[in-house]
Design a protein around this ligand. Structure first.
Ligand code: DX5
Ligand code: ZN
Length: 215
């Protein structure tokens, strides 16, 4: 059954404790925490103290998605701030192999995110080291964007690459995920689904999470 990771980016930041409590009580598996630096992506979200605050209240693992340049400078900081899964962008890491090793040495699960235009083939020589691959199904930087349909083809290619290498990292899809595409994403091979607006803008976020989990 696929992991559901509500993205706190779409939550009410003035009521974060209540939002985290809702996730705690729900069928969600992880809390997706989007860190944006205004350089790698054209938006700034929130930083380390907010991540720590979420961690203090969360009973679920934090899935921290670093949309920042030079993420290697902040790995330890985010591990201390509660990250269980640390995902860096392929496009931000010239020494990706070293960065992945550093994440593992910190005791976290290591993820790599690919922007929509980045081909799956760039992972050929690193796939065996990864716990998670995050396929961006929107251009990173903002919640509430439209899902990019080419993502299905990328999932299929990633499933093949994993089979060839006899590995099974989580295949996480991030951006524009909701009731209208979750079944097809799962059928195609997605095993972790990030959902921001579709959860937090719903009338009943907790029931929406359950529906996504069992869809
Ligand atoms: C986008 C972020 C996503 C975002 C998804 O840059 O990485 O995690 O929160 O939001 P929705 O689900 O609204 O597209
Ligand atoms: Zn994200």
């Amino acid at each position: 059954m696929a992991v559901i990771a509500p993205s706190i980016l779409a939550a009410d930041f003035a009521n974060l404790q209540a939002e985290v409590e809702m996730i705690n009580q729900s069928d969600a598996d992880w809390v997706h925490v989007d860190i944006m630096d205004g350089v790698f992506v054209p938006n700034i979200s929130f930083g380390i103290p907010v991540c720590e605050a979420i961690y203090r209240h969360s009973t679920k693992p934090l899935d921290v998605h670093l949309m920042i340049t030079q993420p290697e400078r902040y790995l330890k900081t985010f591990q201390k701030a509660g990250a269980k899964i640390l995902t860096v962008h392929y496009e931000a890491c010239p020494h990706l192999h070293r960065t992945i090793q550093e994440i593992k040495d910190l005791g976290c699960m290591a993820g790599v995110a690919l922007n929509p235009h980045t081909p799956i083939s760039v992972l050929e020589n690193i796939i065996a080291n990864l716990d998670l691959v995050c396929l961006m199904s929107v251009n990173p930087g903002f919640g509430g964007q439209k899902f990019i349909e080419n993502t299905y083809a990328k999932i299929t290619q990633l499933v093949e690459l994993c089979a060839e290498n006899q590995v099974s990292p989580y295949i996480e899809i991030d951006g524009g995920v909701g009731a209208n595409n979750i079944s097809k994403l799962k059928e195609t091979g997605a095993t972790a689904l990030v959902a921001g607006s579709s959860v937090f803008k719903a009338e009943n976020p907790s029931e929406t999470i359950s529906a996504f989990k069992h869809q």
